[in-house]
Design a protein around this ligand. Structure first.
Ligand SMILES: [Zn+2]
Length: 125
């Protein structure tokens, strides 16, 4: 599932108005080359993995999203396919920063919302 996050943390991490995320099942994700380093959030809630050369934020792992990896789609060779399906933290967003996301949340959606959202997203693919 694809998401855009407007939180101030993502604004700072991405040096932009919002971050883009593609939630990938762990089984479908593998680092093929290089050794990512931890930057941004270093704690137990989430760890941001960065390219050790350019320090760009590449993906995030969190125990709250066990079984999934949040990949930054703009780090992939082609990112155009990633239109955000859900946007989060619109309450912290820059007023002019709008997306075409079908679902908007002023903060983070409740965890129980993710199953139905992912099922709806999968049905559109
Ligand atoms: Zn965020």
């Amino acid at each position: 599932m694809t998401m855009a996050c407007h939180c101030t943390g993502c604004q700072k991490m991405s040096a932009s108005a919002f971050s883009l995320t593609a939630i990938i099942p762990e089984a479908g994700f593998e680092v093929l080359a290089g050794d990512p380093v931890i930057g941004g959030l270093h704690g137990q809630d989430a760890q941001h993995h960065h390219c050790d050369w350019c320090k760009s934020w590449v993906f995030t792992r969190s125990p709250h999203a066990a079984g999934f990896v949040n990949v930054r789609p703009t780090m992939l060779g082609v990112a155009e396919w990633c239109t955000p399906f859900v946007e989060t933290f619109t309450s912290e967003g820059l007023g002019w920063a709008k997306t075409s996301a079908k679902h908007s949340y002023p903060a983070f959606p409740p965890m129980e919302a993710f199953g139905p959202l992912m099922a709806e997203y999968a049905a559109t693919r």
